[in-house]
Ligand binder design. Structure first.
Ligand code: ZN
Length: 202
């Protein structure tokens, strides 16, 4: 019989940034907490698949009442001429705190260096469809990838893919990265830093 502690630790190990030791700490934490806590946690996890859906425009996940556009894409007050392309949903939460008024597209991952063919984990193809569907009001794409080698590589790759489309449609492509310090992930940047990076985007 398989050990249920091992089995649950294996699942936690799949979480981003979680290693063997931390995975086991999570399991022991759950064992020490009461039954009520474990039940609430498992109910919340189950309800994710019932109540959370992916926005058909920007691909972020959100709590839905049957609508297929998230609150940002559905809002009439956002600046739809500027679209920021980010790696993941958590980045949007950080950028929103900086007061950014444009809209987003979630790429869903970075393009691994020296493995350019391995783009299947990203939504590069969907990004192209998204842009083709876009109305003529699009003026600028802001590439908001982290300041690390994969982030730089993704920045260059996306620029290359969109270059022709952008110049044909007079769309500016800017990168956020220059205002962030090396190694910085958008997700962990404070609002002031992001605001400055936006101001200095190039
Ligand atoms: Zn959306």
């Amino acid at each position: 019989m398989r050990d249920s502690i091992d089995e649950l630790a294996e699942l936690f190990k799949r979480f981003p940034g979680i290693g063997e030791r931390q995975a086991r700490r999570f399991v022991y934490y759950l064992i020490e907490r009461n039954e009520e806590f474990r039940r609430t946690l498992s109910e919340r996890i189950t309800s994710l698949s019932k109540q959370v859906t992916q926005c058909r425009e920007c691909y972020r996940f959100f709590q839905t009442d049957g609508n297929d556009l998230c609150d940002i894409c559905a809002s009439g007050s956002r600046d739809r001429s500027v679209v920021m392309i980010v790696e993941k949903d958590a980045d949007i939460i950080a950028v929103e705190k900086s007061g950014f008024q444009g809209t987003y597209f979630v790429l869903g991952g970075l393009i691994p260096i020296a493995d350019e063919k391995n783009i299947r984990h990203t939504r590069i193809d969907k990004l192209q469809t998204f842009l083709l569907k876009k109305r003529t009001d699009l003026k600028e794409l802001v590439l908001g990838f982290p300041m690390n080698p994969s982030g730089d590589f993704t920045d260059q790759y996306v620029r290359k893919v969109l270059e022709a489309y952008a110049s044909e449609n007079s769309i500016r492509i800017a990168s956020l990265g220059r205002g962030l310090s090396t190694g910085t992930e958008l997700e962990y940047s404070d609002p002031e830093t992001i605001k400055n990076a936006l101001k200095n985007r190039a």
